[in-house]
Design a protein around this ligand. Structure first.
Ligand code: NGQ
Ligand code: ZN
Length: 464
């Protein structure tokens, strides 16, 4: 262990809370080897410039959608909703090129790192050329995304998406879904090709994502899961699915199967800690209890869910039932886990006309409870060891600016509250380490200027 793999922090947020004089030590693979509170600062060890806390996993991303953020905020017809947004989004997806996707993802992942997301689960479903024909390399587009992540330093869980149908009852796909369509076998081959080209390592995991119960059948979901463990040579690889985002899909699911989506899935599949149910927005009391009991993670994407008019997840009941969750930036209308946690609490406050709804007996401070839960649930959803400052986890952390007005002069037990609930000026996240490398220093990523120039050129092309 050499001194450039050590950092001394006067304050660090460990699993038990804020501790003083913490020595962090990590290895060449970017994995924490020792975390020692109450240590004595050594002269040759670098000192963190502020409080250190774990980086947040981002459990849900569609990278290409970053380039349309802010472009669908106008009324096109009087009943604009999720489905009319989706039509616009499909038109955008139709124009994405391999180079363009790589440039968008690279800029997006730099934005994520600067916001304090140190890993991301990419729910990747644009697989084919614009006319629906296959690229020579089936994993052409997925590979661009993996490479973008590697070039920025963010940890990645790549989840190639199985998309087959346009609706419940195995309805034929729409013309504008042609870039997404695969059979289970084809998707597993894509995954195998990708893994072969880019072998898994500590910063990279693979899993799969059946897009939604609308887009697969029971039989194809079984075929996908049966082939998964062979394809990734890992029996704990993550499985993510969009589950119950819109009341319209809950109604369709009820009409065709007789069950609500979450209930349908729990009744038929061994939903456990491998699973992440993204947008479990519309769940009744029985589903809330059963989902919490399953050990799966509810993937909550509060800013996107608000932007798309999805509805409000029953967070209070779910957390009371010990349900696990993490947060994602999904459509990237915002890229900041602090906003996701804030909105999680604010939805409950607005609906219940109360304050501090998501605090608990064990956690009187809302932000601390939500931060701890989102770290644990987010890490679980990535299938990677991250989300805590402890030996064996990735060396993923943030260094806060101690002079930021949201923290300065506050006692440590108020720091997370200030970080999550105050919205004043620039981010309090000053430096970011991912896999033991300082990838953001003084709020800048080393490649941000070139990445932004390339991103702008792609946006210009897309809008031309
Ligand atoms: C997606 N996004 O796959 O990008 C979806 C919309 C769908 C969100 N749900 C498309 N936020 O669900 O069919
Ligand atoms: Zn999504």
């Amino acid at each position: 262990m050499t001194a450039n793999h050590m950092l001394f922090a006067e304050h660090a947020y460990l699993p038990e809370g804020w501790r003083r004089n913490v020595l962090l030590e990590w290895d060449d693979a970017g994995v924490l080897r020792a975390v020692t509170p109450d240590s004595v600062p050594l002269a040759n060890v670098a000192r963190a410039t502020g409080p250190v806390m774990p980086g947040m996993p981002n459990l849900h991303s569609h990278a290409f959608q970053r380039a349309m953020a802010g472009l669908a905020e106008y009324r096109a017809n009087a009943t604009d909703n999720f489905w009319s947004w989706r039509d616009l989004m499909y038109r955008f997806a139709a124009r994405i090129t391999p180079e363009g996707l790589g440039a968008i993802a690279r800029w997006l992942y730099i934005e994520m790192l600067k916001a304090g997301y140190t890993s991301v689960c990419e729910f990747h479903y644009v697989h084919h050329a614009a006319d629906g024909s296959r690229y020579a390399n089936a994993a052409e587009l997925a590979g661009r995304v993996v490479d973008a992540a590697a070039s920025t330093g963010i940890g990645m869980t790549m989840l190639p998406v199985l998309y087959q149908y346009s609706g419940f009852g195995a309805r034929a796909p729409r013309e504008d879904q042609r870039r997404f369509i695969n059979t289970p076998q084809g998707l597993l081959e894509l995954l195998a090709a990708l893994r072969h080209a880019r072998p898994e390592h500590a910063a990279l995991r693979y899993g799969v994502a059946p897009h939604s119960l609308r887009a697969v059948s029971e039989a194809s979901l079984r075929a996908l899961l049966a082939g998964l463990d062979d394809a990734v040579s890992n029996t704990a690889s993550p499985i993510h699915i969009h589950i119950a985002e819109q009341t319209g899909e809950v109604d369709d699911c009820l009409a065709t199967t007789g069950a609500r989506p979450v209930q349908w899935l729990l009744d038929r599949f061994d939903v456990d800690a491998r699973w992440c149910l993204v947008h479990a927005t519309h769940i009744d009391a029985a589903e809330t209890a059963a989902l919490a009991k399953s050990g799966a993670v509810a993937g909550l994407c509060l800013t996107t869910e608000a932007n798309l008019g999805d509805g409000i997840f029953p967070a209070h009941a779910y957390l009371e039932a010990q349900g696990r969750f993490g947060v994602g930036s999904d459509s990237h209308i915002g890229v900041d886990w602090r906003a996701e946690l804030r909105l999680l609490e604010y939805g409950q406050r607005l609906a219940r006309r109360q304050r501090n709804v998501l605090a608990s007996d064990a956690h009187s401070h809302v932000a601390d409870r939500l931060f701890d839960a989102a770290l644990a649930g987010g890490a679980q959803a990535t299938g990677r060891a991250t989300g805590a400052l402890q030996a064996g986890c990735r060396a993923d952390w943030l260094v806060l600016d101690p002079d930021h007005p949201s923290l300065a002069e506050h006692a440590p037990d108020k720091w997370l509250s200030g970080i999550v609930f105050c919205e004043h000026g620039e981010t309090p996240v000053r430096d970011v380490y991912a896999g033991g490398r300082r990838v953001v220093e003084a709020r800048r990523h080393a490649d941000e200027d070139t990445a932004y120039a390339a991103y702008r050129a792609v946006v210009a092309d897309l809008l031309a």
